[in-house]
Design a protein. Structure first.
Length: 312
């Protein structure tokens, strides 16, 4: 027991550091960048950007692209005015920041730290430099949350947008809009390895995450299939190539003439559907032409699926 525990800790220690030491890619759907404005001294409003993308290199150089046309002020006409007068139709703004990656890559899952980042906002030809204190939490082996520790304040004069703000005041007949803007960011990143390993289709992710079989044992089980199936892409025999079958839609491989039953089935080959099909091909999908009576042992099926997922 002790030995096993040791082995496990050791293994995770090896895995943990290099993974975070890789670059990171921004998870746009779960990230948020917002700024505040106060008009007439009293009315506070939050604006955000819905379209962000970004990457951090393994040396701790972060580059976030902000799609300025995705600004969301919750009022359409105001969005348009922001884009036209304040952002001057610049398309994108970029935010670059440098921080000490060594501090972050040491973090264990669940731990947090703060780092200082020397940052530059480039907006419509103007660069504004500022220091931002960032709060970093390691969420999992392969993801981190980076947020502003406090608000960061940017001056509209430094950002070169004062004329645009004047124009907004004039258009909306406002006596005043504050000239310093609080900014908050909540950014979630995944290490690049994970991104590379993640299949694009959501169904494939589900299937991929779940298969826990022994691929080596599965290779032996595949001997029962190999008379009719190859794993090489496009290599069809009596049966179709099983290249990339886990996560694929049934009966779609190019160059193989499937039965109508399989071709028109709309089945997505996940762990569940493949298991059911391989246990009883005829019973699961009547009318298909696979001359195979099925695998009787659950362990054989799960191991085979692990093999197909790894090698197919
Ligand atoms: C005797 C030949 C034969 C054997 C053995 C065989 N298959 Fe098949 N398999 C086929 C044929 C033919 C089809 C196409 C059936 C159709 O079009 O109805 C097929 C279809 C499939 C499909 C659907 C492919 C797709 O693109 O949707 C899967 C998955 C599959 N077989 C897996 C296996 C596995 C795994 C084994 C071994 C456990 C196996 N088959 C054994 C002949 C075979």
């Amino acid at each position: 027991m002790k030995l096993l525990l040791k082995a496990v800790t050791f293994a995770s220690a090896i895995v943990a550091t290099p993974i975070l030491a890789a670059g990171w890619t921004l998870d746009a759907d779960r990230s948020h960048l917002a700024y505040g404005s106060i008009k007439k001294d009293t009315v506070g409003e939050v604006n955000s950007f819905t379209n962000l993308s970004g990457h951090v290199t393994q040396n701790g150089k972060a580059e976030i692209e902000i799609d300025l046309s995705s600004v969301e002020t919750n009022i359409d006409i105001r969005n348009e005015r922001m884009i036209e007068f304040v952002f001057r139709k610049a398309g994108t703004a970029s935010l670059t920041a440098n921080f000490d990656m060594a501090e972050v890559s040491e973090l264990a899952v669940g731990e947090t730290t703060t780092v200082d980042a020397a940052s530059v906002l480039s907006l419509a030809g103007t660069d504004v430099q500022f220091d931002a204190e960032l709060f970093v939490a390691r969420l999992s082996e392969t993801s981190v949350l980076v947020s502003t520790y406090d608000m960061v304040f940017l001056s509209t004069a430094d950002a070169g947008v004062n004329a645009g703000v004047d124009k907004l005041m004039e258009l909306a007949s406002l006596p005043g809009i504050t000239r310093t803007v609080p900014i908050t960011a909540r950014l979630i990143f995944h290490t690049d390895q994970e991104q590379a390993a993640t299949p694009t289709e959501a169904t494939a992710v589900v299937a991929a995450a779940a298969i826990q079989g022994d691929a080596k044992a599965g290779k032996k089980v595949f001997r029962k299939c190999s008379a009719c199936h190859k794993l090489k892409e496009g290599s069809h025999g009596v049966g179709p190539s099983l290249h990339g079958i886990v996560g694929a839609t049934a009966g779609q491989a190019d160059g193989f003439k499937f039965s109508a039953a399989l071709h028109g089935s709309d089945i997505i080959w996940t762990q569940e559907t493949l298991s059911a099909f391989l246990a009883d091909p005829k019973g699961y999908l009547p009318g298909n032409r696979m001359q195979f009576r099925g695998l009787k042992k659950d362990a054989d099926i799960i191991n085979l699926l692990a093999y197909l997922q790894d090698e197919g």
